[in-house]
Structure formats: structure tokens, C-alpha cells
Ligand binder design. Sequence first.
Ligand SMILES: [Zn+2]
Length: 318
Amino acid sequence: MVHSYADEGRKKVGLRERLFGKSTAMQKPAATLVPSGVSQQRAGSDERIKRLWENARKLGWSDGEQRKATEMYTELLTLVDEQSTDYNICAILRNRAIAQRSLTNYDAALADLARELEIAERRGDRMRVMECRKITEETLERKRKEQIEAEGGGKAAKLKAMEEQARKLWGQPGPDLDVAFNGLFADLENNDSDIRAEASRILAEDAVQRVTAAYQEYLDSDRRRASLAGRVLGRKATRGLDDMIPAEIAQMLYGVSASFVTCACAHCGHPNKGIAAPPSGPMIPYYSESTQSGTYPIPVLCDKCGKEFFVVWDTDPR
Ligand SMILES: [Zn+2]
């Protein structure tokens, strides 16, 4: 059985991979347990560890097999501890988290990811910290989505309808695709923050080229619309990061002349990440305003409170 994560892995733009070279574990379970250059020729428990690791990773994505995998990783965690230099406990925690997540045991997955993050931060493993934070964000989103679906009602129906539209984004160019894209783009301004976030996620995953084109098309004619499109790209680029994204990286990721900055909402103080700005945006001081002002204002819809605020530069950052 082919699980959807495998499909996701194929179609997703491997952002971190493109940014920082090939990583050992994105959505897929980690492939390596042994830090490179470390000898593992030992008898007894080493053999057991190796066998468990190999066998767990061979299992498929059915619930039964993922339950089995969870048990194997749990046993591995009794054999490998944080002090181990021969094996990386973080890789086991990550894989168990992904197995738990596929079983929709979101809280257990989040607990493993939190532990992995804590260890990776302590070890200064920047790559792993970033991956782990990204996977944590995605897991929280899935948990939230499932909660909404379980509650039923209008919001659950809306998410279902959005899923239908997402599927149409993969179809042939034509009126159907246009309607789906325009509908999801309009949802970026929905009153509900969950709907806005889901629209952004879908557009970033399934229509990134069209969103990029919209950003460029509207940049000079409709800054508000350009900002909505740019933010879809920025949310994706800043996953797992606190920092801004400089122009060189934005160019590499999307082929656009932009940067992505973070700015607190002027109304509620929520830090809004991934705001598309001109290339020099991060280098020139900017601030947050509730009304349009300054030399170069960018309108932003706050991810949290949904109100519009402005990121403002007194010196033109273009
Ligand atoms: Zn706000």
C-alpha cells in the first residue's frame, strides 16, 4: 500500500534540500541511525538495534504495520539513549513520531518531536532543529484539521470543499482550474483563520507557480493582492524558521525578486512570518502600523486576528 506521505514526498519541493543540500529525513522516516564514520561492529545489543532499525523501516504504511513500527522504535528507545555516540536517538524519535502521526496519534507524535527538538537544540544540530520544527508545525496543522472535521458543521464542509478544489489544481488548464484557483485565493481573506491557513497551504503545495506569477503580476498594480500571493510563498519558505529570508534564497526558491520579512501585527502583536517584501526589505528598518503610512507600505492580513496592518518602510526598499 502506498501511503500519501510518499506521494507528498514526490511532489513537494524539498525546500530544505534546496536550501541546504540533501537531508536524511524530511517527511520520510530517517534512513540512517548511525552517525557517519562511526564503527558499529559490536555483538549483542548492536545486532538487535541494527535489526530493529532495518525491519521497522521496511514496514508499509498500513495502520497494522505502523503500529508494529511504533513498537520497534519504542524498543529501540530502550536500547539507545541520549549519551550514545554510536546511534542517534533523534532519528528514532523522529521515526516513531512519523509512525504515530500516520496512526493519527498526534499528541504522541508531538511529544516525540518535542523531545527530538530539545536534544537537537542542545547538540546545536541546526539542520535537525529546522526539520523538526517544520514537521511539528505540519503535525499541529493536521491535528487542528482533524479536530475541525470531527466537530463537523459548516467549517468541516468548507474544508472538504477546499479539498475538492485542491484536486482540480492538478487538472488541465481551463475554466475548472481557474475557478478552483480563484476560490482558494479568495479564501486567503476568509474570516476564519483556519480556512485562511488551509488555503495558503493548498496553494503553496499545489499551485506555487501560479501564485508566483500572481505575485509578480500584481506587484505594481494591486499591492494588496500581491501581498496575499507573496505571503503564500513566504509562509512556505519560513516553515520551521524564525528568521527572514534574504533575496538570494527567495530568488533560488521561487525565481522572484523578493525577500520575506517577519513583522508583528499592529493590532494584536502576533509575529507574522513570511511577508513578501522588496529585495532590500530586511536590510532597511521597517515597522508596523495600523494605517497606511510611510514611503513604502505593504498591507498584510494578520494570520491570527485577521485584521489588516501595514509593514512600513520610511526609505524605499526597492
Ligand atoms: Zn493581528
